[in-house]
Design a protein around this ligand. Structure first.
Ligand SMILES: *Cc1c(COP(=O)(O)O)cnc(C)c1O
Length: 496
C-alpha cells in the first residue's frame, strides 16, 4: 500500500511521497502531510544495536514508501557517510542531568545538515522515478546557515545546480567565508547589495515568474526549493529521535519502553515537528519541550492558543531561531483540527491578513504533549557558562536556549523524566557569543581569532569545517544589485 500525502489547505490535493518531495509546497500553498500514520515496528531490543543508517532506512522506508528499498539504501548511503566527522552521525552525550543529542557533525556543523545531506538524493531519485529528465536548479536566499548547508548537500550531485544569494553585509565573517569557498561544479554563490528580505522576495518572484519557468523548461531545467517545508527535509529528521532513544536503551540509561522528554530549540518548527511524528509512530515520548529565544511567539501560542506575529522582532545571538512565522506549525495545526483542511486554511488566511489567529479550546486541549518557554540573551549566556562549569562542555547559543528552558521546566514541574536536549549547532559556529560567555573578549578579536581561543578554552579540536576555512581559496566573488538577481541566474544557467 502506498502512503498518500495530502495538503493541509486542500485535502483533494493528494500525492505520493516522491511527488511531494519534487513539488515542495502544494499548489494551494499548503504543506504535505501523510493521510495516515505509517506503521513502523520500533523494537528497541534490535534497534539498540542498529547503526544510524539502519534507523534512517527504517524511518524513510515507512514514510517515503513509494521509493524502492534500493533507492532508499542509495540515498542513505550517499548522505550519511564520512562527510560526518563522527561515525555515529548523531552521538548522544551524557551531561549532568541531561543528554545532549549532537546534530552538528555534518558538513556545516549545524543540524540542517541532517536533512540537507539526504534531500538532494531524494530529489534526484524522485525525478528519475517520474521520468523528469530536466536538470533541477535549487534557488535559495540565505541569512547565513541554510544556504551553506544546502550547497554542501547539493555540491556535485549529478543533474542538479544550486544558486545561493546572501546579503553582502548581513552575514558573519565565518559564514561568508564558508559560502565563498564552497567547491562544486554546480554551485554558484552570489552576494547582493541588499538585505535578506530583498534576496528572499526576489527569489520568490523568480519561482512565480511564468516566463522564466517556460524559459527554464525550454532549456531543459526546472527550479526547486530546499526549504524546510519539504517533506524530504522533515522525514529524515524523525530518524535521530528514534536513534537517540535506542542509544539510551543500549547504555542502560532507560528501560525499554520508558518515556523520555525532548527539549528542542525551535525556529521554523521543523525539528520539533519531527519529534511529534516520532511520537505518533510509537516512540515513547512524554513531553516535547519547545524552547524559544526572545522571539517567543511559540511560547505565547502554546500557553494561550493565540498565534500573533505582530510584535517586535529581535536580532539575537541564536539567529537561526529569529523567526516570527514558524511555517511548519501549520502541520501541527492541521492535526489539531482533526485533519480539517478548511479550518487550517482559514487559520492561515487569518495569519496572512491580520498576522494572527486563535485556535479553539478543543485544539488547545490537545496540546498537553507540549511545554513551551523561552530564554532571553542574559539567560543564554549564563547557561553557556553554567554548562561549561558543571560539565566542561561548551554549548552553542541555540543549544543553550534549550538547556536554559529545560532548567526552567524542571524548576516549574519537578519532572524527573530522562530528557534529551537537541543540540543544533557546534559552538565553533558562533564563537563570539560563546567566548564572551566564558572569558573576556577584546574588541580586536575577529571570528577567526575567536575560534582559536575557543579551542584553547574548551580543549577541543577545531572541527574540519572551521579549520579548512583558514586557507581555502575564495571561489565566488560575484556581487550584484537586487534588481540584477534574475539576470545573474540566467547568465549562470546560460539560458537561451
Ligand atoms: C534551523 C535551526 C534551528 C531551528 O530549527 P527549526 O526546525 O527551524 O525549528 C535551531 N538551531 C539551529 C542551529 C538551526 O540551524
Amino acid at each position: 500500500m502506498t502512503l498518500i500525502y495530502q495538503s493541509t489547505r486542500d485535502k483533494t490535493n493528494q500525492t505520493t511521497a516522491s511527488q511531494a518531495i519534487l513539488q515542495g509546497l502544494a499548489v494551494d500553498g499548503g504543506l504535505y502531510v501523510p493521510t495516515q500514520t505509517p506503521k513502523v515496528t520500533l523494537d528497541f531490543e534490535t534497534l539498540k544495536n542498529a547503526t544510524y543508517q539502519e534507523v534512517a532506512t527504517l524511518i524513510l522506508s515507512a514514510f517515503l514508501d513509494d521509493f524502492t528499498s534500493e533507492e532508499i539504501a542509495y540515498c542513505v548511503a550517499q548522505a550519511y557517510d564520512s562527510k560526518f566527522d563522527d561515525p555515529q552521525i548523531a552521538p548522544l552525550v551524557k551531561l549532568n542531568g541531561q543528554y545532549n543529542l549532537e546534530l552538528f557533525h555534518g558538513n556545516t556543523i549545524a543540524f540542517k545538515d541532517m536533512a540537507l545531506s539526504i534531500l538532494p538524493y531524494l530529489m534526484t531519485t524522485a525525478a528519475q522515478k517520474h521520468g523528469v529528465a530536466r536538470e533541477i536548479v535549487i534557488l535559495t536566499a540565505t541569512s547565513g546557515d541554510t544556504g551553506k548547508a544546502a550547497m554542501a548537500g547539493f555540491a556535485n550531485v549529478p543533474n542538479t545546480k544550486i544558486v545561493v544569494f546572501y546579503p553582502k553585509d548581513g552575514v558573519s565573517k565565518i559564514q561568508e567565508r564558508q559560502m565563498t569557498t564552497q567547491i562544486g561544479e554546480n554551485v554558484k554563490v552570489i552576494a547582493i547589495d541588499g538585505n535578506f528580505d530583498h534576496a528572499q522576495t526576489t527569489v520568490k518572484e523568480m519561482f512565480n515568474n511564468e516566463n522564466l519557468r517556460d524559459k527554464m523548461f525550454a532549456n531543459n531545467k526546472q527550479f526547486s526549493s530546499a526549504n524546510s517545508m519539504n517533506i524530504g527535509r522533515l522525514v529524515p529528521q524523525i530518524a535521530y529521535y528514534v536513534y537517540a532513544y535506542a542509544q539510551l536503551v543500549k547504555s542502560g540509561e532507560i528501560a525499554n519502553g520508558e518515556a523520555i522528554n525532548f527539549t528542542v530549540p525551535t525556529g521554523n518548527f521543523g525539528n520539533i515537528l519531527a519529534a511529534y511524528y516520532a511520537k505518533q509512530i510509537g516512540l515513547p515520548v512524554a513531553k516535547l519541550i519547545c524552547a524559544s529565544n526572545e522571539n517567543n511567539v511559540l511560547t505565547d501560542f502554546f500557553r494561550t492558543g493565540v498565534y500573533d506575529k505582530n510584535r517586535e522582532f529581535f536580532v539575537t545571538t541564536s539567529p537561526s531561531m529569529d523567526i516570527l512565522v514558524s511555517s511548519n506549525l501549520e502541520r501541527l495545526i492541521f492535526h489539531l483540527t482533526g485533519d480539517n483542511d478548511t479550518a487550517t486554511a482559514a487559520f492561515m488566511a487569518s495569519l496572512n491578513a491580520t498576522g494572527d489567529y486563535k485556535i479553539t479550546d478543543e485544539m488547545l486541549g490537545k496540546l498537553s504533549d507540549f511545554y513551551a518557554d523561552f530564554a532571553n540573551e542574559a539567560e543564554i549566556s549564563a547557561q553557556i557558562s553554567a554548562t561549561f562549569k558543571t560539565d566542561k562542555y561548551v554549548e552553542d547559543p541555540h543549544t543553550a536556549v534549550a538547556s536554559a528552558v529545560y532548567k526552567k521546566y524542571i524548576a516549574q514541574t519537578a519532572d524527573q523524566t530522562t530528557t534529551v536536549v537537541v543540540s543544533t549547532a557546534s559552538p565553533y559556529k558562533f564563537p563570539k557569543v560563546v567566548v564572551e560567555s566564558l572569558a573576556t573578549v577584546t574588541g580586536e578579536e575577529d571570528d577567526f581569532d575567536l575560534v582559536k581561543r575557543l579551542a584553547e578554552i574548551s580543549s577541543t579540536p577545531l572541527p574540519k569545517a572551521v579549520s579548512e576555512l583558514f586557507d581555502a581559496p575564495v571561489l565566488h566573488q560575484t556581487v550584484v544589485a537586487t534588481e540584477e538577481m534574475q539576470k545573474a541566474v540566467e547568465a549562470y544557467l546560460e539560458l537561451k
